[in-house]
Design a protein around this ligand. Structure first.
Ligand SMILES: C[S@@+](CC[C@H](N)C(=O)[O-])C[C@H]1O[C@@H](n2cnc3c(N)ncnc32)[C@H](O)[C@@H]1O
Length: 292
């Protein structure tokens, strides 16, 4: 069931990757995340973007000096992420079984992703696991206490009857005011369809209160630092810090085998190899970690 839902989500975002707003959107997120992750905290630090999609949020952090590692379940989205973030390490994997060793990253972000997985709680636990002591985790999750929650669920029968490609263009264009107010820019019809795909046609969306996510943080050894309501309160952007003292060493991505759980896997020209014989191939600059 979980596997099936994840495959549906993967196929959805392969067909309709999340929007690409270009330099405007990169700059918008670059500035928005400054309060959560100031320059001095991220410069030269290893930061993972879980559910990076085409990598516009990663681009902003990379521009401020972070060494980015991007991961997404959608290979199509990552192909574009590769172009936008040529210097980043890129992994095609799942947030629910991250292909990284414990405490690998100085900091982590996951913007609008874990609520699209079949198990948001598990995704949260996984990100906490790969975060080093003293690391910051910024997580964007849909807000339980917002009108968007019943609207998404009310659309279920419409989603079932009408595939996204058949939604009439006039309906898709109804999202333009939202895009303008939200992103400060207009989007073309293809991008608007991708936005609609993410907001109402995505196979899975779950909604969470700050109180619930704070509790998850406590359970994972993360203390809650701050929350900002996102555009009209439809999501919360929360900052957590993992207990412990940050190290001063330069971290490199340490890759874990999702088949046997061991690692770190050895890196070679073709990708990564585990002692158990399992390999992650690197193709087109993307390391493939999804189980067949
Ligand atoms: C709304 S987009 C977020 C994109 C990006 N974080 C941003 O803000 O531009 C959601 C992304 O989550 C990814 N996703 C969904 N389920 C996932 C999973 N189990 N593991 C990794 N990524 C997943 C989708 O492929 C999609 O690219």
């Amino acid at each position: 069931m979980i596997q099936e839902l994840q495959q549906q989500t993967q196929q959805h975002y392969d067909h309709y990757p999340f929007i690409e707003g270009g330099s405007n959107r990169v700059a918008w997120w670059r500035e928005y995340l400054r309060d959560f992750l100031p320059d001095e905290l991220i410069r030269d630090r290893l930061v993972v973007d879980v559910g990076s999609s085409v990598g516009e949020v990663s681009r902003g952090l990379g521009d401020r000096g972070a060494r980015m590692v991007c991961l997404d379940v959608s290979r199509q989205s990552l192909a574009r992420c590769r172009e936008i973030n040529p210097e980043a390490d890129i992994y095609n994997g799942s947030a629910l079984d991250l292909p990284f060793m414990d405490a690998t990253f100085d900091h982590a972000i996951s913007i609008g992703v874990l609520h699209h997985t079949p198990d948001c709680r598990k995704g949260f636990k996984e990100v906490a696991r790969v975060l080093a002591p003293g690391g910051v985790f910024v997580v964007f999750l849909y807000n339980w206490w917002n009108i968007y929650n019943p609207i998404y669920h009310a659309f279920k029968p419409i989603r079932a009857l009408m595939p996204l490609e058949r939604v009439p263009t006039f309906f898709v264009r109804l999202l333009q005011p939202f895009a303008k107010a939200h992103l400060g820019q207009s989007l073309d019809d293809w991008q608007l369809r991708r936005l609609l795909g993410d907001k109402l046609w995505t196979p899975q969306a779950t909604f969470h209160s700050v109180r619930q996510v704070r509790q998850w943080g406590l359970e994972e050894g993360l203390s809650f630092v701050a929350n900002k309501k996102f555009f009209l309160g439809y999501a919360n952007v929360m900052k957590f810090v993992k207990a412990g003292t940050p190290g001063t060493q330069r971290r490199e991505a340490r890759v874990r085998c999702t088949r046997c759980g061991g690692g770190p896997m050895a890196r070679n020209d073709d990708g990564y190899l585990c002692g158990c014989g399992h390999a992650y191939p690197r193709e087109g600059g993307i390391v493939g970690c999804l189980q067949e």
